[in-house]
Ligand binder design. Structure first.
Ligand code: FAD
Length: 413
């Protein structure tokens, strides 16, 4: 949609072909149905939050930035508001209003839309694009083609990975696909017994450890325990590192470390606990320590350390308090995989960015061919970074496909 708008703004005749009955189905469910349109952090931060080839977007963001996305939508009548971590949402909290605004703009510009119309393949001729072949057998000639069919995640929205074959046919490399921004599975007894199921922990620090026990990455955000493992923003952000570490070591599991009190170091926390225990020596631990951790997690860690929740502070040996504090700071548990790619928020891997012009999104393999969005080997954290990448690359792909078609003097019949 973004590419269609940009190409039509160049005065080109544009046809948007989508296999779904509606446009923007994934966008309409993104950000919990509120569409996290973009993020207001500075561009350097945006790039940092796109661990999958974010640096490739440097040029693109200097041409069309996150601030340009915000102005673009405001001009279309979609007012945006900023929430935590720079996340931008429509003021009316309706993702559909973002999709509708894009469709209105497509219509204003006279972009033809064919929905319920799956593309079968793209044909190439003489080093350039020739046509788009539809599943119904129809052949649409085109001077320039933008492939914007997304990745392979959540296929019921239409993104079923069809575009990789068309890219390969043009000579492109497809880097290995894997789930990212995906919940993690665990066979730990406390997960299997559902002891913590449904418990959310706020602003914890979650780390993925390498085989030597050193943190590969740490994310300070919220998380939740589920019936199959762990999820929530901190877990989603850690997930790609788990996938890569499991692949690297060939082991069936990776150790995660959970710091439930990241703002206090271990010694400070020990002193805090000692002070509480000494000032209230006759109070049961589960009551005296409840300011330190959410109650369910406190009970869990007391039990893990074989501390009686009803035991009173005065009777607890120091070494027991030390081990309890250590588990508040780095409770370790093993994860053994992720939910499948289809259930991931984002697809890792895709069309290699080495074969794409970073200022134009043009293919380096085929004239008149452009790519944008999740089909590219670019993936960001949730928080608006994937949508930002899709919108920015879409804008540039459409703009330059339009220019390319114009420079060739080609007009559709
Ligand atoms: C539940 C969920 C929540 C998300 N939340 C966020 C978030 O908060 N922030 C964020 O940044 N990202 C989020 N994402 C990721 C983000 O939505 C995607 O990265 C983004 O939509 C990718 O855009 P795209 O245009 O590349 O692909 P898509 O949005 O997947 O669109 C691809 C389009 O191509 C069409 N298509 C596919 N194959 C064919 C074919 N053969 N012929 C014709 N048409 C075809 C599809 O029907 C679809 O309309 C979320 C994803 C999910 C699943």
């Amino acid at each position: 949609m973004m590419a269609g708008i940009a190409a039509a703004e160049q005065g080109r005749q544009v046809l948007l072909v989508d296999k779904g009955d509606k446009l923007g189905r994934k966008l309409a469910i993104s950000g919990g149905g509120r569409c996290n349109v973009t993020n207001r952090l500075p561009v350097a931060e945006i790039i940092k939050h796109i661990p999958g080839n974010g640096r490739f977007l440097h040029s693109a963001l200097s041409i069309f930035s996150n601030e340009d996305i915000i102005s673009f939508f405001e001009k279309l009548g979609v007012e945006l508001k900023e929430e935590d971590h720079g996340r931008m949402f429509p003021v009316n909290d309706s993702a559909q209003s973002v999709v509708d605004a894009l469709i209105r703009r497509l219509d204003e510009l006279g972009v033809k839309r064919w929905t319920n119309c799956p593309v079968k393949t793209v044909e190439y001729d003489d080093g350039g694009v020739a046509s788009v072949v539809l599943h119904n057998g129809e052949v649409v000639e085109a001077r320039a083609v933008v492939i914007a069919v997304g990745g392979k995640s959540v296929p019921h929205t239409g993104s079923t990975g069809d575009g990789y074959a068309w890219a390969k046919k043009a000579g492109h490399t497809i880097t290995e696909l894997y789930p990212t921004e995906v919940p993690l599975t665990s066979a730990e007894p406390f997960i299997k017994s559902k002891t913590l199921q449904g418990l959310s922990l706020r602003e914890i620090a979650l780390s993925v450890l390498n085989a030597k026990g050193k943190p590969l990455i740490t994310h300070k955000m919220d998380m939740i325990f589920t019936h199959f493992g762990v999820s929530g923003p901190a877990v989603l952000r850690c997930s790609q590192y788990v996938v890569k570490e499991m692949k690297k070591t060939g082991l069936g599991e990776v150790v995660m470390s959970l710091d439930a009190v990241p703002d206090r170091n271990e010694e400070m926390l020990f002193q805090d606990v000692m002070k509480i225990v000494k000032s209230e020596p006759k109070k049961a631990l589960k009551n005296s320590l409840k300011g330190i951790l959410p109650e369910r997690y406190l009970m869990f860690l007391l039990e893990q350390n074989e501390l009686d929740p009803l035991g009173v502070g005065a009777t607890i040996p120091h070494d027991k308090i030390r081990s309890f504090v250590a588990s508040c700071k780095h409770f370790q548990f093993r994860v053994n995989g992720t939910l499948p790619l289809e259930k991931a928020f984002v697809t890792g891997g895709g069309v290699s960015v080495k074969e794409i012009e970073p200022q134009t999104m043009a293919s380096r393999k085929m004239n008149g061919l452009y790519f944008c969005g999740e089909i590219l080997d670019i993936h960001g954290y949730t928080g608006g970074y994937n949508i930002t990448s899709a919108l920015v690359t879409g804008r540039l792909a459409g703009l330059n496909a339009g220019k390319f078609a114009a420079s060739s003097g080609w007009q559709a019949e």
